[in-house]
Design a binder for this molecule. Structure first.
Ligand code: ADP
Ligand code: ASP
Ligand code: MG
Length: 422
């Protein structure tokens, strides 16, 4: 028999009806003879509600208490699914992060998994029991509850799959796979049968929320076979795609796998966008050697992940503007660091802008083909969209533009790279 981890996201467990539907998907795999561990998210909207409550009590609050509050959503769904599985005749037991335990570091709110003891889970497999694990949560070295950052149940699932050496980790969500771009904003987006770990990693880190970035990183390191598929497909429509030896010919969703498993490699595989960025401009910075170090030194000391940087040419040869981007959630903190260093850096004022979006095109084919950036700039130029900043790496090109053009830009680029489907 094969060993399978099945993860269900928020919309897949949104209410009791949806939880019953999830149980039927689990039953299909159990009936096919597989060993199954399930990872669940909180009901959709629940985590936002919990975060809102914590903020309402105090906007700046103790991160350990935040974690204790927001981890509760997954406790409810794991218990409910365990009951439903028992009701339909499947031996099942719920597990919270601390009970396994899923050990993490102490970075509350965005903890990293350090170690999972798979012994209990494997014992349960051997007894024919389905483990229903609360995603998103772990246990800090001081035994307090941690959470893994928003979207973190994906990471819980992949880490468990690695710990129990699963043959496949299925991520069930509200779309039936990974698309060339977000299918909710581009109707012509095409489902990919396969995508490489590297490309998926870029897509996720550049904004495609279908998988948490960390989950792809872990899958890549531990060579976990990962599939994104829909929980909205009828549970009995397709038989289990896995054979008992863990192999399969076809997958209903998108397989995230090694580059060499992909026969037809496109130059550009996908387009992602991120509205989570903020642009910060330092106006009239003295234009002389060492100034960039004086700006970015303090930011680095405070562990900021600065992404795009541009320094304008100075008009008068004496001063210049320096612009960079940081995650929106960190804007206030970044401004604070910059203001505190104002004397040292020497600038007139700080301006920030939240109405921006980062659009990225991603593809392994860029390693060997030129002209990808040119097509991007031309396409945006033809639509009259101004580019505010640019960054490139081996397999991606990103630009910063005004947020109001997000959909126009993504759709135009999707067509320009020949990605449009039916
Ligand atoms: P879950 O609650 O199941 O974890 P998420 O909302 O986190 O689901 O992720 C699924 C969503 O990701 C989809 O509804 C879709 O709008 C979005 N998404 C963004 N980019 C892509 C993409 N390239 N392919 C598929 N889905 C994408
Ligand atoms: N419930 C958590 C969130 O909304 C984790 C997850 O769904 O993956 O971020
Ligand atoms: Mg998610």
């Amino acid at each position: 028999m094969a060993r399978l981890v099945m993860k269900f996201g928020g919309t897949s467990v949104a209410d009791i009806e949806r939880i019953r539907n999830v149980a039927q998907h689990v039953k299909r795999e159990v009936d096919a003879g597989h060993q199954v561990a399930v990872v669940v998210s909180a009901m959709s909207g629940k985590t936002n509600e919990l975060v809102g409550w914590a903020r309402e009590v105090a906007p700046l609050h103790d991160a350990r208490e935040y974690d204790s509050i927001v981890a509760s959503g997954e406790q409810v769904t794991s218990g409910l699914l365990a009951i439903e599985l028992q009701r339909i005749g499947i031996a099942a037991r719920s597990w919270l992060g601390w009970q396994i335990p899923i050990r993490t570091d102490n970075a509350h709110g965005a903890a990293r998994i350090l170690d999972i003891d798979g012994t209990t889970l494997v014992e349960r497999f051997e007894r024919g029991e389905v483990a229903v694990i609360a995603g998103f949560q772990g246990l800090a070295p001081d035994n307090r509850i941690t959470t893994l950052g928003r979207g973190g149940s994906d990471t819980s699932a992949v880490a468990i799959a690695a710990a129990v050496k699963a043959d496949l980790c299925d991520i069930y969500t509200d779309v039936d796979g990974v698309y060339t771009t977000d299918p909710r904003i581009v109707a012509k987006a095409r489902k990919l049968d396969k995508i490489s770990y590297e490309e998926m990693l870029e897509m996720a880190s550049l904004g495609a929320k279908v998988l948490q970035t960390r989950s792809v990183e872990l899958a890549m390191v531990h060579r976990v076979r990962l599939q994104v598929r829909s929980s909205f497909d009828a549970p009995d429509a397709a038989p289990s795609c896995l054979r008992k030896d863990g192999s399969a010919d076809t997958y209903p969703g998108t397989l995230v796998c090694d580059e060499d498993e992909i026969v037809e490699q496109q130059i550009v595989s996908g387009i992602a966008y991120s509205k989570d960025e903020a642009k910060v401009t330092l106006v009239k910075v003295e234009d002389k050697p060492g100034v960039a170090a004086r700006v970015f030194g303090p930011l680095a000391d405070h562990l900021f992940n600065v992404d795009m940087i541009i320094q304008n040419l100075s008009d008068d040869g004496k001063s210049t503007d320096i612009t960079f981007t940081v995650p929106q959630a960190e804007l206030a903190r970044a401004e604070d660091v910059i203001r505190k260093a104002q004397k040292e850096i020497g600038f007139q004022e700080v301006k920030s802008d939240l109405n921006i979006v980062k659009i990225s095109v991603i593809g392994i084919g860029m390693r060997s083909h030129s002209g990808v950036a040119k097509t991007m700039f031309q396409t945006l130029g033809e639509k009259g969209i101004n580019i505010l900043a640019i960054t490139t790496s081996e397999i991606k090109v990103s630009v910063l533009i005004a947020a109001e053009y997000t959909e126009l830009a993504v759709r135009a680029l999707h067509t320009a790279y020949g990605l449009d489907g039916e």
